[in-house]
Design a protein around this ligand. Structure first.
Ligand code: DX5
Ligand code: ZN
Length: 218
C-alpha cells in the first residue's frame, strides 16, 4: 500500500487569512498544498493567480501543487513556475498541444501533471505518459468546491493505476472533488495516492483530525 498524501485545497480556506491558513494546515500534517487557478472562461469561476502563490511561497515549505483551470494555459506556465509552483497540472482541453505544454513545464524545472475531467477519457494520456509526473482525476466537474463525489470516476482511477504500473515509473495518482472521510477509502482502494480536499479540511474544526481521518486514521 503506497503512502497516502493529503493536499488541502486553498479554495476552501478563509481568504482573509491565507498566510495563517497555510501555516495551520502545514502544522496539522498536510503533505501538499493544492492551489486551484480558475479563469472564469475554462471554468465558470475566478479564483486567484501567480501573485498570490508568490506571496504565500515564503510562508510555507509545503509542496505547491498548482491545478490550472485556465485556457490557454501555455502563456502563463512560466509565471506559475517563477511564482513558486513545484508541480503544474493542466487539462488536455486547455490548449491544442498537450505534449508541448508538458515539455514546457518540464523545461521550467517543474513536475508536470494532466487533469482529466469526469467526461474526459483516459486515452488522452496514452501518448504523453513519459512526460507525466502526476495524473489528476476530477471527481466533480471543475469550478467549485463543496460538490458531491461522482462515483463513476472510481473505475477511471483503477484503470489509470494499471496504466501507471505498466510504465514502471513513479507517477502520482491524485483525485480531486468531493473527497471526504467517507469517499476517501474508495479512492484509495481504487489506487489513488494523493487526495485533494477543500471542504473536508478547511471546513472542519480540527485540521489535524480531518487530515488523519482522510488517511483512514493512518
Ligand atoms: C474544483 C477544484 C477542487 C476543489 C475541491 O474545481 O479543483 O480542488 O477545491 O473542493 P472540495 O474538496 O470541497 O470538493
Ligand atoms: Zn483542484
Amino acid at each position: 500500500m503506497p503512502d497516502i498524501r493529503i493536499a488541502p485545497s486553498l479554495l476552501a480556506a478563509d481568504f482573509s487569512r491565507l498566510g495563517e491558513e497555510v501555516r495551520a494546515i502545514e502544522k496539522a500534517g498536510a503533505d501538499w498544498l493544492h492551489l486551484d487557478i480558475m479563469d472564469g472562461h475554462f471554468v465558470p469561476n475566478i479564483s486567484f493567480g501567480p501573485g498570490l502563490i508568490k506571496a504565500l511561497r515564503p510562508h510555507s515549505k509545503l509542496f505547491f501543487d498548482v491545478h490550472l483551470m485556465i485556457a490557454p494555459a501555455d502563456p502563463y506556465l512560466a509565471a506559475f513556475a517563477e511564482a513558486g509552483a513545484d508541480l503544474i497540472s493542466l487539462h488536455p482541453e486547455a490548449g491544442p498541444h498537450l505534449h508541448r505544454s508538458l515539455q514546457t513545464i518540464r523545461a521550467l524545472g517543474k513536475k508536470a501533471g494532466v487533469v482529466l475531467n469526469p467526461g474526459t477519457p483516459v486515452d488522452a494520456l496514452t501518448h504523453v505518459m513519459d512526460l507525466v509526473d502526476l495524473i489528476l482525476v476530477m471527481s466533480v466537474n471543475p469550478g467549485f468546491g463543496g460538490q458531491s463525489f461522482i462515483t463513476s470516476q472510481l473505475s477511471k482511477i483503477a484503470t489509470l493505476r494499471k496504466m501507471i504500473e505498466a510504465t514502471g515509473r513513479d507517477i502520482a495518482l491524485q483525485v480531486d472533488g468531493g473527497v471526504t472521510a467517507k469517499t476517501a477509502p474508495d479512492c484509495i482502494a481504487a489506487g489513488a495516492d494523493v487526495l485533494v480536499a477543500g471542504t473536508a479540511v478547511f471546513g472542519a474544526p480540527d485540521y489535524a483530525a480531518a487530515i488523519s481521518a482522510l488517511k483512514g486514521g493512518r
